[in-house]
Design a protein around this ligand. Structure first.
Ligand code: NI
Length: 191
């Protein structure tokens, strides 16, 4: 397993549509395992392949690692096959949009169909944080970030701040200053 670098916005690769995987083979399983390790290290509760520069429809999730009963979820080609009419609002963050959070409304319950780590087709009814997280990660596969669900005014402000933070980090690195490791403050909000 290996830790992969996580892309941050604005990065054109985060805006691309990812392609379905044909089969869950050894390469895809390797990607899933590396993504899970990268997500735990970040730390976050969900990660999509384009966030590590792989434009494949693959996501990993683990919303309650501490008290986990189900273990991590690995999904290839996930698609929402049913969504509730009722929305729920959750304050979302994203490992690719570090240090910024916004309320986003999404369907409260969804049913997702996907191929698991063994390539077997599964369906899972998701509610609560898992439903929010699955929809956030599938958005990534279509080049959509949570900031695309908020006002353009707020989105542009966040993107400007991210660019500024990146430039400062690059300048510090060029000057040989030690840079603090990017840490999501609250993994519950790093989807
Ligand atoms: Ni995200």
């Amino acid at each position: 397993m290996a830790l992969l670098p996580i892309l941050t916005a604005p990065d054109p690769r985060l805006k691309k549509k990812s392609l379905p995987v044909e089969t869950v083979d050894a390469d895809v399983r390797q990607l899933m395992d590396d993504m899970l390790e990268t997500m735990y290290d970040a730390p976050g509760i969900g990660l999509a392949a384009p966030q590590v520069g792989a434009l494949k429809r693959v996501i990993v999730l683990d919303i309650d690692r501490e008290e986990t009963k189900t273990g991590p979820l690995f999904m290839a080609n996930p698609e929402i096959v049913e969504a509730s009419d009722d929305d729920v609002i959750y304050e979302e963050g994203c490992l690719s949009v570090p240090d910024h959070y916004s309320d986003v409304a999404r369907p409260e319950n969804v049913r997702v169909r996907y191929l698991d780590r063994d390539g077997k087709q599964q369906e899972l009814a998701c509610e609560g944080l898992l439903a929010t997280c699955v929809q956030h990660e599938i958005d990534h596969l279509d080049g959509v970030l949570f900031i695309d669900h908020i006002s353009s005014l707020k989105r542009n402000m966040i993107l400007r701040k991210l660019l500024k933070a990146r430039k400062e980090k690059e300048r510090d690195e060029a000057e040989g200053k030690p840079s603090a490791k990017d840490q999501a403050k609250d993994p519950e909000h790093a989807l």
